[in-house]
Design a protein. Structure first.
Length: 123
């Protein structure tokens, strides 16, 4: 059963500016996310935008926004085949379980100037 659906779009130029501010990146992105972003070099801003959109889409799928947890409690990693996976810990995981969620589905896409993420919470 679907417990929530969220979608978000992020402007890539905004993320290009964020790449110049390590403090900002540390505030919003987990260590493993930043490592993956830096590995993409020319595609770093696209990757950053997609990951940020995924965090926002998750909060929207919950229906609560970021009440009670932070952006670093939600992160995106790619599996061996490159498929993005959304992971949650601590308060974000508790929020997921409160609405009866047990599985997260994530889809990311991006073009030159925009990245979009869609999250489905299944329970």
């Amino acid at each position: 059963m679907i417990r929530g659906i969220g979608i978000d779009v992020v402007a890539v130029p905004r993320m290009r500016r964020w790449l110049e501010d390590e403090t900002l990146l540390r505030r919003y992105f987990a260590d493993r996310e930043r490592e993956a972003i830096y590995e993409r070099r020319d595609g770093a801003a696209l990757s950053l935008a997609a990951r940020f959109a995924a965090k926002e889409a998750f909060a929207k799928a919950l229906g609560t926004g970021f009440r009670g947890f932070g952006l670093r409690d939600v992160w995106v990693v790619n599996d061996a085949l490159g498929k993005p996976e959304l992971h949650v810990i601590g308060p974000a995981e508790q929020a997921l379980h409160r609405i009866g969620g047990s599985k997260l589905w994530l889809s990311l896409t991006h073009e030159q100037e925009h990245a979009i993420a869609m999250v489905v919470i299944e329970g």
